[in-house]
Write a protein that binds this ligand. Structure first.
Ligand code: PMP
Length: 357
């Protein structure tokens, strides 16, 4: 027996091909890669958070179910508090959903879509089944329903508006899938505040519907990691089995409450982002050789005549960070987040140069 201890020999075999999630941290760049809110946090809300923090004792564990925050989310969404679960970002909740319902079963994913459904399915020991989107990135509703007929199907992930393509799925199409499937249908509405119709009204009718939301995009709290699930209370009760007891720290609970208490301030920022999205879309669509895809989110997917990697690198050399999405169905595609007006202008200016326009 060798005396060199090799932890890789002990790791779960099904994790061998899982590559750790890698994010390169770049300083002093214009950051248009992660669909965050580009504006500074409103100073009045920031001050109120600091004031509230002064009264806080950090020696005690946080409220395990973030009860006060749930009441605020209930007020914001109209969903009763017993149908809400808060988490450490919606990423954590994707894993909680898969650990509760997915392990050992099949999970349907509709690529191109958000990569964490596949990653967390693997971590949870679930098998993923791909039902690719159509050429225009609309859902293949018939294909999803057919794939869901397999009795091992536990969860179906739909993302609307979809990351990275930007298009939203009409609630009628989601309802069609809900009606024809006995599995859980998760609609990830991370970008819903920017567009697309919410599936919240369907919650009353379909007990197998789960909606995922986040504070990381429109509400500017990506750094504090707050997301939530909206679902039937019976589904929430099952999720409580696998949730970490103190998953959402006291600071983040408080900040998220303050954000919702002042949500009209974020409404103004969202309006600005939507205006600038239209401007950026028009400008991109006007560039010869560039194909731009319609979006209901705070980002835009586009295809360039040059290799995506080259465009990505040359923008980076100019201090602008976007996402290279090149891959199956997304050949030569990149995704740019709508930034502040000056950032969008600089991005367009540099992109034109790179494309020789
Ligand atoms: N869902 C989608 C579609 C996303 O794009 C993201 C963030 N990239 C998330 C969920 C995760 O968000 P959070 O910060 O709440 O974990």
């Amino acid at each position: 027996m060798s005396d060199i201890f090799d932890p890789a020999a002990l790791v779960r075999p099904d994790l061998e091909e899982l590559i750790p999630y890698q994010v390169q941290v770049h300083h002093n760049v214009i950051k248009l890669d992660a669909n965050e809110n580009p504006y500074d946090f409103p100073p009045s809300i920031r001050e109120e958070i600091w004031r509230e923090l002064g009264n806080h004792t950090f020696t005690r564990y946080p409220d395990p179910v973030a009860g006060e925050l749930l009441e605020q989310i209930s007020d914001y969404t109209g969903v009763p508090a017993d149908g809400i679960l808060a988490g450490n970002g919606s990423d954590e909740l994707i894993l909680t959903l898969l650990l509760t319902f997915g392990t050992g079963g099949r999970v349907i994913i509709t690529p191109p879509t958000f990569s964490m459904y596949e990653v967390h399915a693997r971590i949870a020991g679930a098998r993923t089944v791909n039902v690719p989107r159509k050429g225009n990135f609309d859902l293949d509703v018939r294909g999803v329903i057919a794939a869901a007929k397999n009795p091992d199907t536990r969860v179906i992930f739909l993302c609307s508006p979809n990351n990275p393509t930007g298009n939203a799925t009409p609630p009628e199409e989601v309802a069609e899938i809900l009606k024809n499937s006995r599995s859980l249908v998760v609609v990830d509405e991370a970008y819903q505040e920017f567009g697309g119709e919410s599936c919240i009204p369907l919650l009353m009718e379909y007990p197998n519907l789960v909606i995922l939301r986040t504070f990381s995009k429109a509400f500017g709290l990506a750094g504090l990691r707050v997301g939530y699930v909206l679902a039937n209370p019976a589904v929430v009760r099952q999720l409580l089995r696998t949730k970490q007891p103190f998953n959402l720290n006291a600071f983040s609970q408080l900040a998220a409450r303050m954000v919702l208490a002042h949500r009209e301030e974020f409404g103004r920022l969202i309006e600005l982002i939507l205006q600038d999205r239209e401007e950026l879309y028009r400008e991109l669509a006007g560039l010869p050789g560039v194909e731009v895809f319609p979006t209901a989110a705070n980002f835009i997917l586009f295809r360039t005549p040059l290799p995506a990697e080259q465009v990505y690198r040359e923008l980076m050399a100019n201090g602008i960070l976007i996402r290279n999405m090149h891959g199956p169905g997304l050949e030569q595609c990149l995704r740019v987040t709508v930034g502040r007006r000056d950032e969008n202008r600089l991005f367009l200016e540099k992109l034109k140069k790179i494309l020789g326009l």
